[in-house]
Design a binder for this molecule. Structure first.
Ligand code: PLP
Length: 390
C-alpha cells in the first residue's frame, strides 16, 4: 500500500508508556507520567454536572464561553499582570496542547526557525517537527539549567521567527526570573521575534519565588503568546481544557484554526471549570504548600540515595542525575537500564532522561521523577526507593 504521510515517519510511542506497561506487570508506583492523581475540586465537578443536566450541550463560540473568557481576562490581568484589553485577547482551547498547536500553525511557515531550550518538553519538539519548523536547540547548563544567553544571541539568524520557553519548566524545574525575561525580551525586540511561553505550571513555584509572565514586561505583549491551562492547577488533565492569551490579531487566527480543527472545547466542561474562579484564593496557597511538601520528600529521598540535582524552583518534576550511582550499583549504565533497575528493585517508575534532549547521550545519566501524587503514595514510593538503594 502507499506509505502514510511523511510527517508521521518519526512518530513513535514514548517510553513513558513502556514503563507504565512494565509497572502494570510488576505492580508498583509510577513517578513517571506527569499526571496528578489528586481529586478535581468539587465546585468544578458540580458545575460540569449542572451544565450537563441542564443541556448546555451545544458548540460554544470557538474562543470559549463568555463567562470563562471574562474570568480569564481578570485572571490574566490580576495574576499574570498582562495588559489584556478585552476578551478578544483570550481563547479557550482543548488543553494547552490545543493552544500550542494553533499557536505554531498561526506563527510559523514550514522551514521557519524556532529556538527552544534543552531539556525540553517532548510534545513541543514533536509537534514543531510535524508542522515542519526548523528547531534550533539551546542547551541549558546543569544542574539548574540556566540559560546561556550568549549561545541564544549567537543562534538567531534571518530565518528565526520565534523563541519558545516554558516556565516553570518541565522537566527542568527552572523558573525564569524577571532578569532572565528582560534579557530575553531585548533579544526578541532586537531581532523582531515572537515568543510562545508555556506557563502551565504557573502556580507551582517554591522557596518564595513568584511566577513572572513574559507578556507582563513593558513592550512584550504584542509579540508574545501566553499558554496555560487547567490540567495541572485543578488536577483535571483528562478534561482537556486550556487557554491562550495574546494580541487580538494572533488570537483571532488561532481561534479560526481551532474552529477548523475541533470547533470548540467541550461546552459543559467549560461551564464546570468556570466555577474555579469563585473558589477561595487560599486554594492556591494550599496547592503550593502541598507541592512544596512533596518536593521536599522526594528530593531528600533521591539525595539520600545518591542522585544529584538542583532542587526544582517550580513545576512538579525532579530531573535527577544518577552518574554516581553507576559506580555503586549494577544496572545504572544508562537511563533505560536505570529505569528498569528502579522498576525491578524498588517498583518505582520514572522517565528516561534522553527523551528530553536531542542527542540521547546528553540525557543518558538522567531520570525524571514526578511528585504530583497523593502524599501516601509518594511516601510509599520514597520508602521503597530508600529500602532498595540506601
Ligand atoms: C510543559 C507542558 N505543557 C503542556 C502540557 C499539557 O498540558 P494540557 O493538558 O493543558 O494540554 C504538559 C503536560 O505534561 C506540560 O508538561
Amino acid at each position: 500500500m502507499k506509505p502514510l504521510a511523511r510527517r508521521t515517519d518519526n512518530l513513535v510511542q514514548s517510553n513513558i508508556r513502556a514503563v507504565t506497561i512494565l509497572l502494570n506487570q510488576t505492580g508498583g508506583i509510577n513517578l513517571g507520567q506527569g499526571i496528578c492523581d489528586m481529586p478535581t475540586p468539587d465546585p468544578i465537578k458540580r458545575g460540569a454536572h449542572e451544565a450537563i443536566d441542564s443541556d448546555r450541550s451545544v458548540y460554544s463560540y470557538y474562543g470559549g464561553i463568555d463567562r470563562l473568557r471574562e474570568s480569564l481576562l481578570r485572571k490574566g490581568r490580576e495574576y499574570n499582570d498582562i495588559p489584556l484589553s478585552s476578551t478578544n485577547n483570550i481563547m479557550v482551547t482543548v488543553g494547552s496542547t490545543g493552544a500550542f498547536v494553533t499557536a505554531i500553525f498561526s506563527l510559523l511557515n514550514p522551514g521557519d526557525e524556532i529556538i527552544i531550550f534543552e531539556p525540553f518538553y517532548g510534545y513541543h519538539v514533536n509537534l514543531l517537527q510535524v508542522m515542519g519548523a526548523k528547531l534550533i536547540i539551546i542547551p541549558g547548563t546543569p544542574p539548574d539549567w540556566q540559560v546561556d544567553f550568549d549561545a541564544l544571541r549567537a543562534a538567531v539568524t534571518d530565518k528565526t521567527k520565534a523563541i519558545l520557553l516554558n516556565t516553570p519548566g518541565n522537566p527542568s524545574g527552572k523558573v525564569w526570573s524577571r532578569a532572565d525575561l528582560e534579557t530575553l525580551l531585548e533579544i526578541l525586540q532586537k531581532h523582531d521575534l515572537y515568543a510562545i511561553t508555556d506557563e502551565i505550571y504557573e502556580y507551582m513555584v517554591y522557596d518564595g519565588r513568584t511566577h513572572v509572565s513574559l507578556a507582563s514586561l513593558p513592550g512584550a505583549f504584542e509579540r508574545t503568546i501566553t499558554l496555560s491551562g487547567f490540567s495541572k492547577t485543578y488536577n483535571m488533565t483528562g478534561w482537556r481544557l486550556g487557554y491562550a492569551m495574546g494580541p487580538t490579531r494572533i488570537i483571532e487566527k488561532m481561534g479560526l484554526l481551532a474552529d477548523l480543527i475541533y470547533i470548540c472545547a467541550p461546552t459543559p466542561l467549560q461551564h464546570g471549570v468556570a466555577e474555579a474562579f469563585d473558589m477561595d484564593a487560599s486554594y492556591f496557597e494550599e496547592l503550593s504548600q502541598a507541592y512544596a511538601d512533596r518536593r521536599e520528600l522526594l528530593c531528600k529521598t533521591l539525595e539520600n540515595i545518591g542522585f544529584e540535582f538542583s532542587w526544582p524552583e517550580g513545576s512538579y518534576y525532579v530531573l535527577a542525575n544518577f552518574e554516581k550511582l553507576a559506580s555503586r550499583y549494577p544496572g545504572f549504565n544508562d537511563d533505560d537500564e536505570a529505569l528498569r533497575t528502579l522498576v525491578t528493585r524498588a517498583k518505582v517508575g520514572a522517565v528516561a532522561g534522553s527523551s528530553f534532549f536531542t542527542r540521547p547521550k546528553d540525557g543518558r545519566y538522567y531520570l525524571r521523577f514526578c511528585f504530583a501524587k497523593e502524599i501516601s503514595v509518594l511516601e510509599q514510593a520514597c520508602m521503597d526507593l530508600r529500602a532498595a538503594f540506601a
